[in-house]
Design a protein around this ligand. Structure first.
Ligand SMILES: *Cc1c(COP(=O)(O)O)cnc(C)c1O
Length: 397
């Protein structure tokens, strides 16, 4: 019999990382700017930019750091308003606050995607937009880019959890002015911690490079037009958000595994989604037509259950070894906007996003799970819902 799968461990790091890590440990060469050229971090940047089909990549300490540097590199004055979806991870409004800007929250619908009428209504008042492809769900990027381009509002894509997703065949993270990705352990590529930002804008990346910690003339070790730098040298603070060579050595051999992970993750997701959709109590929202997803988790809405039943459902699934987080019902959830009390003028309510969070479930479904393990997860969820709702109907309440 299949056991409840461990959904928290990542895949082993490819064997190829070992020789390079040994070499780095031998030489002690862990700082990205020590070697005259070809430091692992620089090689990662070149490989990632090529993989994504963009001119520039800057590797940093986290996706949060990439988002922060993106806002700073846009030169947004203090107290600029930045529109973000109200369904995202607390790191996103935090990056906005860190950049001394003010987050404006946009409503999200029950399909986890940005509510375009609320987005359009709030757009005239903001100086930048961060589109968080939360849990890899892609909002209507055609509409978003058309609205933002018409107003010359820069779009930063928070693609932390969307590496490998495409929209109309175009790679997510390359649609906006800047794309930011995470290498934290729960993402497609795992270095424990790490992030990277991509762009085709030389001046923007040059500012970000300096602020990431390329002090003095270390920008010489980046493959960006050198004539951009003298004008900004010493005009920008150094936030020191660099990536270490060890992280790059862990990431680089994983790039070649991305396509397989994306395909496996999508197959696992679609298999479990089809099974959950056979239950009258669960519904997995469809993605938008132009999107090809790269999921490593599954989200679904509970239908026809009151709050006690939704809690009982999560308990019943947990008893079978499958952890379900209902975003709005788990204490202190970092994805529930009402917990972001650090935001100045946190809106009193966002009814559509709140309603979604109160019945939307989150279950990890890593790409490495076998079909039998995926079926274990689906069986547990379907059985848990039937147990809770069957009991309710038996008592006729
Ligand atoms: C993980 C995640 C982040 C934060 O990434 P870090 O690298 O941990 O800073 C931001 N946004 C989304 C949507 C994420 O999933």
């Amino acid at each position: 019999m299949v056991q409840a799968p461990n959904v928290h461990d990542a895949e082993p790091i490819p064997e190829a990382a070992r020789a390079e890590i040994d070499r780095l440990l031998q030489s002690g060469d862990l700082f990205r700017y020590t070697a005259p050229e070809n430091a692992p971090v620089s090689l990662l940047e070149a490989e990632f930019a090529e993989m994504m089909g963009v001119k520039y990549a800057l590797a940093v300490s986290s996706c949060s750091a990439a988002l922060f540097l993106s806002l700073k590199a846009l030169g947004l004055p203090r107290d600029s308003k930045v529109l973000i979806p109200a369904f995202t991870f607390a790191a996103v409004p935090s990056a906005v606050v860190h950049a001394e800007c003010r987050p404006v929250l946009c409503e999200v619908g029950d399909n986890y995607r940005i509510d375009m009428s609320d987005f359009a209504a709030k757009l005239d008042d903001v100086q930048a937009v961060i589109i968080s492809h939360m849990r890899g769900h892609t909002s209507d990027m055609d509409a978003i880019m058309a609205l933002c381009n018409a107003r010359s509002i820069p779009v930063i894509e928070d693609a932390a959890h969307s590496l490998g997703t495409t929209w109309n065949g175009q790679k997510i993270g390359t649609l906006g002015k800047i794309g930011c990705f995470s290498f934290q352990s729960y993402k497609m590529i795992n270095a424990g911690e790490g992030g990277i930002m991509i762009t085709n804008d030389a001046e923007l990346v040059a500012s970000a490079i300096i602020m990431s910690g390329a002090y003095e003339h270390n920008w010489n070790k980046h493959s960006v037009l050198k004539d951009v730098f003298p004008a900004i040298q010493n005009t920008l603070p150094l936030y020191n958000l660099r990536m270490s060579n060890l992280s790059a050595a862990v990431i680089r051999p994983q790039l070649g595994h991305l396509d397989r992970r994306v395909n496996d993750g999508r197959a696992n997701h679609d298999h479990v989604a089809a099974r959950l959709n056979t239950s009258p109590w669960m519904q997995v929202p469809d993605c938008l037509k132009p999107e090809d997803r790269a999921p490593d988790s599954i989200q679904f809405n509970l239908d026809g259950m009151d709050e006690d039943e939704r809690r009982a459902f999560a308990d019943a699934a947990a008893a079978m070894g499958v952890k379900v987080q209902i975003f709005g019902l788990s204490a202190d959830n970092a994805r529930a906007f009402w917990n972001w009390k650090f935001i100045p003028d946190l809106p009193a309510d966002l009814p559509s996003t709140r309603a979604m969070l109160m019945r939307a479930c989150d279950v990890r479904l890593p790409a490495r799970l076998t079909r039998a393990e995926c079926d274990f997860v689906a069986d547990a969820l379907i059985t848990a819902a039937d147990q809770v709702m069957g009991a309710r109907r038996a008592y006729g309440t």
